[in-house]
Design a protein around this ligand. Structure first.
Ligand code: ATP
Ligand code: MG
Length: 423
């Protein structure tokens, strides 16, 4: 026997039994984004490596150890499979000058790649939907983004399983002052730091506080708080944001430890978290990044966005049984005898043109076995044609999920009859 092949570890197939669940969820996302005036942007899955290093930051888990980076053997360029969507989106915005006299509300959806240890809710190819709202200083857009994500959970029936955590990171100077105090504090506690902490205490001290190591929790809890370093303008931005979220009726908790680790975040940051998925509890995370567009070569412009981990939301929807039953076709078209296949195929085209969905039985098969398939297909009706019906120019309609007499009708009348029976 020839060798069989397997998918790459941590990269999953989505089979038909599940793909309809994804389609349902993605449909809800598209409706939501349209309702809030976001436009779709599609960028390549591969970008040059320096873009990600610059945008995400050199001293981050993603850049340090999670990127799929390779050399393009044809020209020696270093390329990387995108680990997130913001860098590519902003690269495209700057490259195509989309902020010239304009603001942008953009969304993307698609696969992302990170070399992590695969486990429930954590994969090497996973999918994100993300938005980037560019050219808006806030805090109104910051609040609208919270309202939009809260609206999504409501539409999906997930509101009771998720909670919102927010924080403010202030501006550059405030973070710099806090950073100095934090480094001084970490130097005093260097004996308790783990290896990651020691390595990052000078390069990315905020990230040290973002640790998941239980032994470091107390040290992190007692560290100087960024909130004590915020100036008047930052405080006003944060208070304005919170007031609007409150008015909109969205519950939240303030988490002073929420730092999102990356250098470019400022002011508003947030995470939607669930306790229903074990350790992989963050389903949507984002914040403001007012300096990033400039860092990527654009004219200075405000920005805020988030990324949503779609696998984790699908897991939650499955767990809470919030997904509809698999969609099936309206009609299974049973056909047998001389000339029946072609007669049925023309009839099927007619029915589809009238807005009905049809699976035609293809190939050989007795009436009995075809009716069995019709039943198994989940179709509402069987439409049956044999040599008799071809002679008389008719077809037989049989309901598969309801008590109803069989109808024999002219071929041209099948669509109209089915539509009235469906109603
Ligand atoms: P985590 O702390 O779980 O590693 P992160 O901070 O690395 O998350 P972000 O870069 O903020 O994650 O990405 C946004 C969202 O994408 C996450 O909140 C999560 O829902 C999802 N996500 C991130 N990495 C993965 C992964 N390897 N597999 C599945 N989903 C992921
Ligand atoms: Mg991660």
């Amino acid at each position: 026997m020839a060798q069989k092949y397997q998918a790459v570890k941590g990269m999953n197939d989505v089979l038909p039994a599940e793909s309809y669940q994804w389609e349902f969820f993605e449909g809800k996302l598209r409706e939501l984004l349209a309702d809030y005036g976001y436009q779709n942007i599609r960028t390549p899955i591969v970008e040059t490596t320096p873009l990600f290093v610059r945008a995400i930051g050199e001293v981050t888990d993603v850049v340090e150890k999670e990127m799929y980076t390779f050399i393009d053997s044809l020209n020696g360029d270093s390329l990387t499979l995108r680990p997130e969507g913001t860098a590519g989106t902003l690269r495209a915005v700057v490259e195509h000058n989309l902020l010239y006299n304009a603001t942008q509300k953009l969304w993307y959806m698609g696969p992302m790649f990170r070399h992590e240890r695969p486990q429930k809710g954590r994969y090497r190819q996973f999918h994100q939907m993300g938005v980037e709202a560019l050219g808006f200083g806030g805090p109104d857009i910051d609040a609208e983004i919270i309202a939009m994500t809260a609206d999504l959970w409501r539409r999906l029936g997930l509101s009771q399983y998720v909670r919102l955590e927010i924080n403010s990171l202030g501006n550059q100077e405030e973070r710099a002052a806090h950073r100095q105090a934090l480094i001084a504090y970490l130097e005093q506690h260097v004996d308790v730091l783990d290896e990651d902490g020691k390595r990052r205490m000078y390069s990315n001290p905020l990230r040290v506080l973002d640790t998941k190591n239980p032994a470091l929790q107390q040290m992190a809890n007692e560290a100087p708080k960024l909130s004590d370093y915020l100036g008047e303008a930052s405080r006003a931005h944060y208070e304005g944001w919170k007031a609007m979220i409150r008015e909109l009726g969205v519950d939240f908790v303030e988490n002073p430890r929420l730092v999102r680790g990356l250098d470019y975040y400022n002011q508003s940051v947030f995470e939607w978290v669930t306790s229903e998925l074990g350790a992989q509890g963050t389903i949507c995370a984002g914040g403001r990044y007012d300096g990033l567009i400039e860092q990527l070569g654009g004219k200075p412009a405000a920005g805020i966005g988030f990324g949503m981990g779609l696998e984790r939301v699908v897991l939650l929807l499955q767990d809470k049984q919030l997904l509809p039953a698999q969609r099936s076709v309206d009609i299974y078209l049973v056909n047998q005898g001389e000339g029946a296949a072609l007669y049925a195929m023309k009839l099927a085209q007619n029915l589809r043109a009238a807005g009905l969905s049809v699976v035609q039985h293809l190939g050989e098969g007795s009436f009995k076995s075809q009716m069995k398939k019709a039943d198994g297909s989940g179709a509402q009706f069987a439409v049956i044609v044999g040599e008799n019906e071809i002679k008389t120019g008719q077809a037989v309609i049989k309901a598969l999920r309801a008590e109803m007499d069989q109808h024999t009708v002219a071929a041209e009348a099948v669509a109209a009859t089915l539509i009235s029976l469906k109603a």
